[in-house]
Write a protein that binds this ligand. Structure first.
Ligand SMILES: Cc1cc2nc3c(=O)[nH]c(=O)nc-3n(C[C@H](O)[C@H](O)[C@H](O)COP(=O)(O)OP(=O)(O)OC[C@H]3O[C@@H](n4cnc5c(N)ncnc54)[C@H](O)[C@@H]3O)c2cc1C
Length: 403
């Protein structure tokens, strides 16, 4: 098979780039190893900046018909005190809220819209296992499918295959590991109508938990020390249930919904980035270029913003021929700054907050800088901007070639 652009990975970065390139007239194939987009929880946050892109593409109204919840402000409980930290209602975007939408709904929606373009193909159950190289240039990929192995040759291969990217590994791109002191245990607990509303993080002595309100259930993330899963398991499931109930007393009557360890998924937190995102014939974007810490829930946003920047810079080039090293370098130059800023902030918070809380059993009270958020509500606009839009907002500049 020959194509102009072969994208490895049908996650937020790969699907968005595929849609934008196809819309601009470039022939694209997205290869996804799974059979569909239905999979474990991997974050459901659709940021105001992504909703703005939907508006720019003229598909926002359709998008908001999909099941979602809108969150306009968010806060947390630290010790005994509650603090509202984020207020999206002043953002300079059409949607002044963050939408919670299951990731498969989002990917399905993008795939459906991409299907309008005959030059957009998604090949599921196609797992890339290697790259094809010719005189130092990446010229395609090798993949396995239910019908046997295939080779796909392309002018450009894009690695959008996430934080365990085979593309970046096979391309030999150098990874800079920034480290993370924690892992996260994700699980669901039911929500009742009388439960309070809000996206909530709870920090008490020695423990941190986030609870995302998903209408009839809470998606909970329990932060543990890096590599601490075996200790948690050793203490036993009942002890884990009690820890949750001690942190969030109103959950005490439903922690029994965690029947076995299968109900609890481990996210091994990694924060890293590639020194160079490209090689001749190859570019990495999204988590494949920079795995993010879950702090702030911004990984999806950055992945999508990378896709938009890549499409803006490469679409015209690809439709006229092939992207040069200078073009690929421009994509990294454009996205390096927001990546470094966001990771820098995450690493700072990992050391200053997460590490300190997990490493101590002392009572916690609201630090004075956070007290200011309760006194001066306008401060809540700052984290709203960083989370909702990011450090460098991308806009769709590619032109639709739709007839
Ligand atoms: C448990 C968990 C919770 C998270 N919570 C949040 C959150 O609340 N908010 C947020 O913004 N981010 C969150 N994240 C991070 C977020 O999921 C990622 O940052 C984001 O999905 C990155 O998008 P991506 O397209 O770069 O990669 P991915 O979403 O990882 O997509 C990569 C795709 O490539 C496919 N693939 C992998 N290898 C191959 C191969 N060899 N061949 C073909 N296909 C392949 C995968 O199946 C996948 O579909 C969370 C992540 C996890 C794991």
């Amino acid at each position: 098979m020959n194509t102009c652009c072969c994208i490895v990975g049908g996650g937020p970065a790969g699907m968005m780039l595929g849609l934008l390139l196809a819309r601009a007239g470039v022939e694209v194939v997205v290869l996804e190893k799974h059979a569909d987009f239905l999979r474990d929880f991997r974050g459901d946050t659709i940021h105001p900046s992504t909703l703005e892109l939907m508006h720019e593409l003229g598909i926002l109204e359709d998008f908001l018909k999909r099941p979602h919840q809108e969150v306009r402000e968010a806060g947390g409980q630290i010790g005994q005190d509650f603090v509202k930290l984020v207020d999206f209602s002043h953002l300079p975007t059409h949607c002044r809220f963050l939408a919670f939408m299951p990731q498969w709904e989002f990917l399905d929606f993008i795939s459906e819209h991409g299907a309008r373009y005959p030059n957009f193909k998604v090949k599921t159950q196609t797992e890339v296992i290697d790259l094809l190289e010719d005189e130092g240039r990446i010229v395609g990929v090798k993949a396995t499918t239910p019908d046997g192995p295939i080779e796909i040759r392309a002018d450009l291969v894009v690695g959008a295959d996430g934080r365990h990217s085979i593309v970046r590994e096979r391309a030999g791109l150098e990874i800079e590991n920034l480290g993370a002191p924690m892992d996260v245990l994700w699980f669901r607990l039911s929500r009742r109508t009388e439960d309070f509303y809000g996206v909530l993080g709870r920090i008490v002595s020695g423990r941190i938990m986030v609870m995302l309100n998903r209408q009839d259930y809470y998606q909970c993330g329990f932060i543990i020390r890096k590599g601490g899963i075996e200790q948690v398991k050793h203490r036993g499931l009942e002890s884990f249930r009690q820890e949750i109930a001690a942190m969030v007393p109103f959950m005490g009557d439903r922690v029994g919904e965690l029947k076995n360890w299968e109900d609890i998924k481990l996210l091994t937190v990694v924060v890293d980035r590639l020194r160079k995102w490209y090689r001749p014939g190859l570019l990495c974007i999204g988590d494949a270029a920079h795995a993010m810490s879950p702090i702030g829930g911004v990984g999806i946003n950055l992945a999508i913003q990378d896709a938009v920047a890549a499409a803006n810079i490469l679409a015209e080039r690809l439709s006229r021929g092939t992207a040069t090293m200078v073009d690929l370098q421009r994509v990294q130059l454009r996205r390096d700054f927001p990546t470094r800023m966001t990771q820098g902030m995450q690493v700072f918070l990992q050391h200053q907050v997460i590490e300190r809380v997990l490493g101590s059993n002392q009572q916690i009270s609201l630090p004075w800088p956070l007290r200011l958020f309760n006194r001066w509500p306008f401060l809540r606009r700052i984290p709203a901007r960083v989370i909702g839009i990011g450090f460098r907002a991308e806009h769709v500049k590619t032109v639709s070639r739709e007839q």
